[in-house]
Write a protein that binds this ligand. Structure first.
Ligand SMILES: [Zn+2]
Length: 404
């Protein structure tokens, strides 16, 4: 048994703070959360004066199998699976070094994400708990086809979905619209699958109690994703051939459905703004703001691994993504909620992690300062526990590039 005491304990629910609080942990699980003295006695007591303890952060959208600099198409033929798996392990280590204790990997080739997920759970390597989608379902030559999930009609969609689930996928990813990064794919503003086809994916996942993440930039793809009943919409950029065009009626539909939206904002945002200019990013920020006003449930997820317009988006830039939510008008308490409780729920883990509650996994972080005052304090990590296991990585030297 171990007690962790801190000046502030945030449960994860909006604004809920226990001043001078403590958490009792037994192995991988939380036993109790309350004010000083509530946990009784324990041999191991950690006093964190001036610190805040909160649930481990959740990144609902990563690609550990990508490197920021190398074109995935070229590398597909040049990098072995063995080498790639080591790269993924390093990306997972960096992710946990930013305080991320759960991440959803939304696309990897050859089921390597499952190998990594299991190796982390066995303690062979350091990283967050992973929720793995394996091969994204996409049309022939469509967005990210090179990950092996091509399917054009209903029977083929069912087959790829079932194969992913048979291999051990925790959720399914479907490319409802086109996207950047794949030369042969339709553009972002074009739909790849209609509502009926998306429904097939949702149906297959639901029979195993799993959720579906739909990549959707285009208006029609966003609408179809809601109609089909997916769990999360990724990007949701309202993209057209002439840029972001926010549609309030469509946003109302998303809000009313309760579908989570992961707008995939990340630590590279400011650098992209410098390279590619203000206008497009401001338009996107306005969409995120407007979705907040409309009551859309947005969650944190960085799309880490994908370079955006040749700007790196490494896996440890997570807090930079939260700062973009602040730029879009979110308050710090809301940001903590969308980075913990809401993101965990969207990943299908609401019962297991995402808040500090008895019986949940001891996935938590401690930071110097108070993130409710300054979201940047989330960078001052003093402790990272993944299922009670200490995985602090702050002093590890690495040869791969990082962002703060
Ligand atoms: Zn992605």
């Amino acid at each position: 048994m171990r007690i962790i005491r801190a000046t502030n304990v945030l449960t994860g629910r909006p604004g809920e703070v226990i001043k001078d609080g403590e958490i009792l942990i037994d192995g991988p699980a939380i036993v109790s959360v309350g004010p000083r003295g509530s946990a009784g006695e324990a041999d191991d007591v950690l006093e964190l004066d001036g610190h805040t303890v909160l649930p481990g952060l959740v990144d609902a959208h990563v690609h550990l199998g990508f490197d920021d600099k190398v074109d995935p198409l070229t590398r597909r033929s040049s990098e072995s699976d063995q080498h790639l798996l080591l790269r993924m392990a390093e990306n997972a280590r960096k992710l946990v070094s930013a305080g991320v204790t759960t991440a959803r990997d939304l696309g990897a080739r050859n089921f390597l994400d499952l190998e990594l997920r299991d190796a982390i759970e066995e303690g062979l390597t350091v990283g967050p708990h992973l929720v793995a989608a394996t091969r994204p379902i996409t049309i022939t030559g469509g967005h990210c086809w090179y990950m092996g999930g091509e399917a054009d009609d209903e029977p083929a969609i069912r087959r790829v979905a079932r194969e992913n689930l048979r291999a051990g996928a925790d959720c399914l990813k479907v490319m409802a619209s086109g996207g950047q990064m794949t030369p042969s794919a339709p553009p972002s503003w074009a739909q790849q699958y209609d509502t009926e086809q998306l429904r097939v994916v949702v149906e297959e996942a639901a029979t195993r109690g799993k959720g579906v993440a739909a990549h959707a930039h285009a208006h029609a793809a966003i609408r179809s994703s809601v109609e089909a009943g997916v769990t999360t919409i990724e990007h949701c950029t309202f993209f057209t051939s002439s840029g972001h065009r926010y549609d309030p009626k469509l946003a109302d539909l998303v809000a009313a459905s309760g579908t989570y939206v992961c707008p995939t904002v990340h630590g590279a945002f400011e650098r992209i703004r410098k390279v590619h200019g203000q206008e497009m990013l401001d338009a996107w920020l306005t969409c995120i703001s407007a979705m907040r006003e409309a009551g859309v449930r947005q969650i944190a997820g960085t799309d880490a691994g994908f370079a955006v317009g040749e700007v790196d988006n490494p896996t440890d830039g997570y807090v930079g993504g939260l700062e973009v939510f602040a730029m879009a008008g979110y308050g710090n308490a809301e940001i903590v909620e969308l980075a913990t409780v809401l993101a965990a729920d969207a990943c299908g883990l609401g019962e297991v992690t995402g808040s500090l509650d008895p019986g949940k996994r001891a996935d938590l972080i401690a930071v110097a300062g108070d993130p409710l005052e300054r979201i940047a304090d989330l960078r001052n990590l003093a402790l990272v526990l993944v299922s009670g296991r200490s995985v602090g990585q702050t002093d590890v030297d690495t040869v791969t590039a990082s962002t703060g």
